[in-house]
Design a protein around this ligand. Structure first.
Ligand code: ANZ
Ligand code: ZN
Length: 870
């Protein structure tokens, strides 16, 4: 084999089969070693893996293989997030069943993942669309329903008119459906909700304990939960013939600005609005106009501010005799606070927009530090920053915080309608999680609606509630609802004719507990608590930052809900979280402005300029900016092609080597070729040291040879440093250290090597092979084999480190020749005199000064000085 090029196409499938046959990566739950659970976010089976997957799974595999080598019992599973709309759309397009499409994709993608040589325990694989999985999700649903963690309520929902389904607020982006891109409408529907808002405070507080999460993700979750401390405040209505109501309750976080109030605002869905609309057709029209937009906060924030003067007035709570108008305004949500506000245009942008539009007064009451109260004015921008209160009677001169306290006390001491006028209150922006979806390809919600008994959970013995296979997608909407028989059932309680729930669960439910299922994927209950508790939380979770809110927050909630129902005994699912950057590539455009795929061009370099032309037509192609790989810009490379050309190890290596893992990595031909060359270099090095490695070397531990000792220091430092970098997920730095070690070993190879040097090289090459194995596992196995090492490198222990070789204990000795300092030399501390003498006499400067004479005497004071007498 020696002398030949390394051939990944031959060796990669070979080792994959050997690992498979040896069950190398199958994990036993009863293994007594300390557990370590590493997980990458499981893929949606879209049909093919992309380079983002390659990057994600390469990182996870390094972690998995590393901790295996460290003697941990590693759990590294893989599955499929397999429910969801694309399967239904594909079914409609291709006239097949969503399941057929899904399982074909799974098969194709699994083959791709296997070709990457990932150390995955495939015996634990599952797809969330299989009844074996979703029956347990249904059981969890029933337990959570019984534990009061789920409710059914009527609510305003985001309706996607293209996908014909409800979307969660998180799934509405810029007022549009996250998948369809259609402008979302508002509808009122009865929906199932997980009561995530009950956990708002806990979900918020526990973020502080997630010290192994990126700060940015924690901040995003904090903002999403959106805790506000404020005041509920009653405004007395001035007598009016339009309503019997006597007061309006608002929620404010800025009671300190009360002297700047210029109106009270009601949500279009506020009961008072509804009551007033009964006699006011113009108001009915206004409310309808508001409803034609989505409910998502973002949509409301961006929409133009609109108001409707109800004609009602309230008494100003702190200025005797003054009154304020009552408006209905489109930006006020009914399900936040009280659905009513007081508007202070000088210090709130939305209020200011409304005030400018309808000519309401703008009274500044917070004076920026250093500003002149006589001339300070508000233009088109509200002033929302710090300052001191002014124009505010008894609050004048106070800071915002002090004014908040004082005004809260003031209102607490007064009463309206027999209640305190103001009460301190905490509010959260986090809404309950609406999970009803009017789609077929999802987990059926296991309930039955009976006219006599109401809404009844399906008895557990009747689970799973299976999706029917014989469905058609020729009509828009929910195929389950269209099915002729599926929904007609008997009530499990009274036996009367009843109706099955035809909504299915949001697919984010499926991914909210799959990590727990992996711990006992064949169990007859959703989890085996003792097993789950041993494995969980996941030690290291790796995935994209796009899941910072949705999936990661839902999973945190679901884990708490599973704890409350006895399925696990932990609250946080993921101890360590790592969000990797994206894979980018140059873009190319033809003369006619069409995107061109990298495989269709050739690049020519002359000096510093690079030009591209079309492979077939020779037409020039413009080289564009570097962007995230995406089908729409055609700047994608296909993992299959890369693996076919260079091998999986090269792809893995390049993905790990080029940038810090949290940053974007740019895929380049030059980069992947560099990785491929490195693979061959390692292969040559190993081959050239086979003979050395196979000799028996009893003198290995003798450190009396400086070169050998220096090399051993590099080896041991690499072992130590690479371990630290992998543990810190600094894969690119680990890779850089492997390069250095390879260089050092290549340099050390040569003729006339003494036994200590040969031993050091043998040690170094063996250790290099192990260090390499998390990143280039196939190459490492091949090297291990040719070096004649026993077993598989996949089973080898991480090399031991001699701590003595890590301490930086070199000394620089001055060299005096005939009493004059002429040179110096750096040697490891404690280097014996004879060795120092040898080294000194081989120094160029010394040879020059000696001019061929033999020194009379050489005195080496260990670790201090060298005196040469000529
Ligand atoms: C008066 C005021 C003056 C306000 C001022 C702000 C600035 P956060 O911090 O996000 O909780 N608000 C209250 N309920 C609302 C609802 N249902 N829909 C829309 N807006 C609502 O925001 C709380 C602030 O948002 C509250 O404080 C209220 O306006 C408004 F200079 O009260 B504020
Ligand atoms: Zn019944």
């Amino acid at each position: 084999m020696s002398g030949e090029r390394y051939n990944p196409r031959e060796s990669e499938p070979k080792w994959q089969k050997i690992w498979d046959d040896a069950k190398s990566f199958v994990t036993a739950n009863d293994d007594p070693r300390e557990p370590y659970y590493v997980l990458e976010m499981f893929p949606y089976p879209s049909g093919r893996i992309h380079m983002g997957h390659v990057r994600n799974y390469s990182m996870g595999d390094v972690v998995a293989r590393y901790y295996r080598a460290r003697g941990r019992n590693v759990l590294h599973p893989m599955g499929w997030d397999a429910f969801g709309l694309p399967a239904e759309n594909a079914a409609i397009e291709r006239k097949t069943h969503p399941g057929t499409w899904t399982y074909q994709n799974i098969e194709a993608m699994k083959a791709q993942l296997k070709s990457m040589g990932l150390s995955i325990d495939w015996t634990r694989e599952f797809a969330t669309c299989s009844p074996e999985y979703y029956q347990h999700q249904q059981a969890l649903f029933i337990d959570m329903l019984e534990a009061g963690l789920i409710t059914r309520k009527n609510s305003k929902v985001n309706w996607d008119p293209v996908d014909m389904t409800v979307l969660a607020n998180e799934q509405v982006i810029d007022g549009k459906g996250w998948r369809s891109g259609a402008v979302v409408e508002q509808r009122e529907l009865t929906q199932w909700f997980f009561k995530i808002s009950d956990f708002a405070e806990d979900l918020l507080e526990a973020l502080d304990t997630l010290t192994e999460w990126p700060e940015k993700v924690r901040t995003m979750q904090r903002n999403w939960i959106g805790k506000s401390e404020g005041l509920r405040l009653l405004f007395e209505l001035a007598p009016s013939d339009k309503t019997d109501a006597s007061s309006i309750e608002v929620f404010t976080t800025r009671p300190d600005t009360i002297f700047g109030a210029s109106f009270v605002g009601l949500s279009p869905d506020h009961p008072l609005t509804t009551a007033l609309a009964a006699n006011n057709p113009a108001l009915v029209d206004f409310v309808a106009e508001c409803h034609s937009h989505g409910t998502a906060t973002e949509t409301l924030e961006k929409a133009e501010k609109q108001g409707f003067d109800t004609g009602l007035r309230v008494k100003h709570p702190v200025i005797p005799g003054a009154t304020l108008p009552v408006y209905v305004a489109n930006f006020i949500l009914m399900d936040y606070g009280t659905g009513a506000i007081f508007g202070c245009p000088a210090h709130d942008q939305r209020d200011l927009d409304l005030a400018r539009k309808y000519g309401l007064s703008v009274i500044p009451v917070v004076l920026p530090h250093g500003a002149d109260p006589e001339t300070f004015e508000i233009g088109t921008e509200a002033y929302v920053d710090a300052g001191n209160i002014f124009n505010s009677g008894f609050l004048d001169g106070l800071s915002i915080d002090d004014a908040k306290k004082k005004i809260a006390e003031h209102f607490d001491a007064r009463t309206v309608d027999g209640k305190p006028q103001g009460k301190v209150e905490v509010n959260y922006r986090l809404r309950d999680w609406g999970i009803s979806r009017q789609r077929y390809w999802g987990c059926p919600i296991p309930v039955i609606h009976c006219e006599v008994c109401g809404t009844i959970p399906v008895p557990k013995k009747d689970l799973p509630v299976r999706l029917p296979d014989d469905v058609t997608f020729d009509k828009p909407g929910n195929a389950l609802d269209h099915h002729p028989t599926w929904k007609h059932v008997h009530c499990p309680q009274c036996g009367a004719s009843a109706r099955r729930e035809t909504d299915t669960m949001d697919t984010f439910v499926d991914s909210s507990w799959y990590f727990a299922r992996f711990t006992a994927p064949q169990a007859e209950t959703p989890t085996v608590p003792s097993v789950a508790n041993r494995w969980l939380p996941v030690d290291q979770y790796i995935g994209g930052v796009e899941h910072a809110i949705l999936h990661l927050l839902y999973s945190r909630f679901f884990t708490r809900a599973m704890k409350a129902t006895g399925h696990v005994d932990i609250s946080e699912p993921f101890k360590g979280l790592f969000t990797q950057g994206m894979v980018t590539h140059e873009t190319y455009k033809s003369e006619t402005g069409e995107w061109v795929n990298p495989t269709e061009i050739v690049i020519e370099t002359s000096g510093d300029t690079r030009t591209a032309r079309d492979l077939r037509t020779n037409a020039p192609v413009a080289i564009g900016s570097v962007e995230k790989m995406s089908k729409s810009k055609k700047n994608v490379v296909d993992p299959d092609e890369i693996v076919g050309t260079y091998g999986a190890d090269t792809a893995r290596w390049f993905m790990l080597s080029d940038s810090p893992p949290e940053r974007d990595v740019q895929w380049t031909e030059a980069g992947v070729e560099g990785a491929s060359r490195f693979q061959q270099r390692v292969w040559r090095l190993v081959n050239e040291s086979i003979e050395i490695s196979k000799q028996s070397l009893e003198t290995v531990s003798k450190n009396d040879n400086t070169d050998a000792l220096a090399l051993r220091r590099i080896i041991h430092r690499s072992v130590h440093g690479i371990a630290q970098d992998i543990e810190g997920l600094r894969f690119n730095r680990a890779v850089a250290q492997i390069y250095e070690l390879t260089n050092a070993l290549t340099k050390a190879l040569g003729s006339n090597l003494g036994p200590a040097q040969r031993a050091a090289i043998a040690e170094g090459v063996e250790k290099l092979t192990i260090l390499l194995s998390p990143m280039m596992p196939h190459l490492a196995e091949t090297c291990w084999e040719v070096l004649g090492k026993p077993g598989l490198v996949a089973d080898a222990s991480w090399p031991d480190v001699d701590p003595a070789l890590l301490v930086d204990d070199e000394v620089t000795l001055p060299i005096q020749i005939n009493g004059k300092r002429r040179a110096e030399i750096t040697v490891p501390k404690g280097t014996p005199a004879a060795e120092v003498e040898r080294l000194v006499l081989s120094l160029d400067e010394v040879i020059r000064i000696l001019e061929g004479k033999t020194p009379k005497k050489i005195v080496v004071v260990q670790d201090r000085i060298v005196n040469v007498v000529v």
